[in-house]
Structure formats: C-alpha cells, structure tokens
Design a binder for this molecule. Structure first.
Ligand SMILES: NC(=O)c1ccc[n+]([C@@H]2O[C@H](COP(=O)([O-])OP(=O)(O)OC[C@H]3O[C@@H](n4cnc5c(N)ncnc54)[C@H](O)[C@@H]3O)[C@@H](O)[C@H]2O)c1
Length: 353
C-alpha cells in the first residue's frame, strides 16, 4: 500500500492501543504517530529503562494512561471522551515460561483483561474497528504442518491456551454484540524480531544482552522451528488491514495469520549461526535440561493476507537479523540516541525519508 494512502488514512485518526509500552506496541505507536495518528496508550509501565516507551521522546509523542488491563473500566470516562475509532489490543502476559509459573495471572491478564476491554468497547460508540492480537500459538499444533486460519484452535501450554481463549472470546463478542456495528479482526502473528524487545527470556534480547556482557549465551530448544518476521513487516500488515477494513462493517470476525515467507521458517540454531557469522564474537552453548515444554515446529501460512490485501513480507530473515543486530549494537553503544536511531530505521522501511 502506498505511503500517501497511509498518511491520508491515519492523519488525526484516534486510536487506542493497549500494551503500547512493550516491544510491539512501542514500535507500532511510533509508526502510527509518524503517519499522523492521534494515539492514546493504555498499559502497565515497563520497568526496564531501555524500552522505547521509557524514552522522553516517546513520552512526548504518545499520550499514556498507566494501568492494569483488568482496571481499564475505571478509565471509562476518559477513554469514551477520547472517542477512539480504532482499538488495537496488545496488552498480554506474552511469555511462555512465565505462564507456566503463573497460570492464574496469565489467564487473568490475557482472558479476563480482554473481556474487560470488550465490556468497555460495548460502551464506546465511536469504535468502528477492534484488532485483537493473539498469536500463532493459538492452534492445536501437533503435527507441525503449516497452519492456516482454518486450522484447529487449542494451544496446549498455559500461554498458548490463554491466547486461544482470547481468540475465541473475541469472535464471541463480534457474534453476540457487534454484528452490525464494529469490525473485529483477529491477528495471529508468528515470532517477531527487531529493535526494542527486552523480554530477556526471549532469544533475541537474551542473546544481545549476553554479547553486551561478554557472557556465554545459553540456547534452549536449538532445533525448534519458528516463523521469524521483522517487526516492520508485521506493522505494515496491521496498517494495511486497518485501512482496508474501515469502509464496510463485516458481519463476522475476520482472522489473519501474519507471518514470513516459507524460507524464513528456520531453526533457532540456524538463526543463531546466521547471527554468529555477522557478529563474529558470539559465544554460545546449549541448555541441557529444559524444565518446560515448547512447541517444536511452528509454521504459519500467510497466503490469506497475501491474497486478500496483496501484502508481502519485504524483509527476509537475513535482513531482519541484520536490522535487529544494528539496533541492539546502537542501543548498547548510545542508549540516549536509540529513539532517533529507531526513527531512522522506521523511516527507511516506510520510505518516509
Ligand atoms: N513478540 C512476539 O514474537 C509475539 C508473537 C505473537 C504474538 N505476540 C503478542 O503480541 C502482544 C505484544 O507482545 P510484545 O512482544 O510486545 O510483549 P511485551 O511484553 O513487550 O509487551 C506487552 C505489553 O502488554 C502490557 N501488559 C502486560 N500485562 C498487562 C496488564 N495486566 N495490564 C495492562 N498492560 C499489560 C505491557 O505493559 C506491555 O505494554 C502480546 O499480546 C503477545 O501475546 C507477540
């Protein structure tokens, strides 16, 4: 889609984003604000200082309400007054390992939190589109076959099952309450990499932290296959979906997988080796005992979004790793300049220079 179209569509568009302080949300908020959108973010604050959302320039750019998603209805008046036309729901407990430790907390945030948000949406007449960000882990993925939007739902581990529940309840709200009034779009995204992620239990943030501290990087599940995509390709897909879904209210919820092309479905160890070749200094080993189960093979079909909207991933896994590497290098060298650096990467991708 053309940049002109994004600029025209998003200019002054009022968008509420939950989870805007995290990795995906902060990048998305910056991109949308560059296209002129008026954003209100609702999230818990991220404690680690390095998050883009803790940068003073981000705070100047994005209006924020800090709060738990379970309490979002306490801010009903403020949110209704803001008159959001679009809501993007990202706020979640997104870590597989954490969900094993705190199943109840994960379900409260991911499931009940989503219900709280939908209850607020029922009372907010300005809303026309709701995007619920679930995951590629919502599927009952036993065979390792490529997963399409028609594949059976039923995540097995606590995180995955909480995201399957989020997905099912989003569809239920559409069917029960918003049949003719609001579009509900469910986004099931594959693994996202790029700058601004500091969940240190994840591969990329953990790996760059090890490099920075000159520590041996310990790899778990080296043979797991994941659909790796760069954050900018994902955001581009979201922007296209939003623009294309605005005109008509559909009578059913719409589901899209957002993932890379097949060649980017690679093993964790392959990804680490690609990085090692670029970085030269990466020293890694393997974790022998894994205390929790993770899906071995996860491959996502992106045919539906390609056919529906002519979206294409523009960054392959090599370029994605290169951009990510450059970002973390800059972050550990010049943390104060990371906001500007992020802007330059975004502007280059979206041809805003
Ligand atoms: N990163 C990935 O590879 C990936 C892949 C597929 C789906 N997702 C989904 O994308 C969304 C964003 O993930 P992320 O990678 O940016 O994670 P993140 O941890 O960086 O961000 C999570 C966001 O949710 C907020 N949040 C968490 N608990 C909350 C609560 N109780 N109340 C209010 N806000 C709360 C955090 O403050 C933060 O803003 C999640 O829904 C996640 O499940 C992520």
């Amino acid at each position: 889609m053309r940049i002109k179209t994004f600029k025209k569509f998003f200019n002054k568009k009022k968008i509420l984003i939950t989870g805007h302080t995290g990795f995906v949300g902060s990048n998305l908020s910056i991109v949308l604000s560059l296209f002129g959108a008026n954003i209100l973010g609702y999230s818990l604050k991220k404690n680690y200082k390095g998050y883009l959302s803790n940068h003073p320039n981000f705070k100047k750019l994005i209006k924020t309400i800090s709060g738990d998603i379970l309490k979002i209805n306490n801010f009903k008046k403020k949110i209704i007054k803001f008159k959001p036309e679009i809501i993007i729901h990202l706020a979640s407990q997104p870590i597989v390992r954490e969900a094993y430790k705190d199943i109840k907390g994960t379900y409260l945030t991911n499931v009940l939190g989503t219900i709280e948000l939908f209850e607020l949406i029922k009372k907010t007449p300005s809303v026309r589109q709701v995007l619920i960000f679930t995951s590629d882990k919502v599927y009952r993925n036993i065979t390792g076959n490529i997963l399409s939007e028609e594949s059976k739902l039923g995540g097995l581990d606590p995180y995955s099952s909480s995201k399957s529940s989020q997905d099912i309840l989003a569809n239920s709200y559409k069917e029960s309450f918003f049949k003719f009034t609001k579009n509900v779009t469910i986004i099931r995204a594959g693994n996202i990499i790029g700058g601004g992620d500091f969940d240190f239990t994840r591969l990329i943030p953990d790996l760059f932290l090890s490099i920075n501290k000159n520590k041996k990087f310990i790899l778990r599940n080296p043979n797991a296959i994941r659909p790796w995509q760069h954050i900018f390709d994902l955001i581009n897909a979201l922007l296209i979906i939003i623009c294309k879904s605005q005109k008509k209210i559909k009578s059913n919820s719409i589901v899209f997988n957002v993932g890379p092309n097949k060649s980017s479905n690679i093993k964790v160890i392959t990804l680490v080796k690609i990085l090692k070749k670029n970085l030269k200094i990466l020293n890694f080993g393997y974790k022998k005992k894994i205390k929790f189960k993770e899906t071995k093979i996860l491959k996502l079909s992106n045919i539906k979004i390609k056919r529906s909207f002519n979206w294409r991933p523009r960054i392959n896994v090599f370029e994605a790793l290169n951009l990510t590497n450059l970002w973390y290098k800059e972050f550990y060298k010049n943390p104060n300049k990371i906001f500007e650096f992020t802007l330059s990467q975004i502007k280059k991708y979206f041809k805003l220079l």
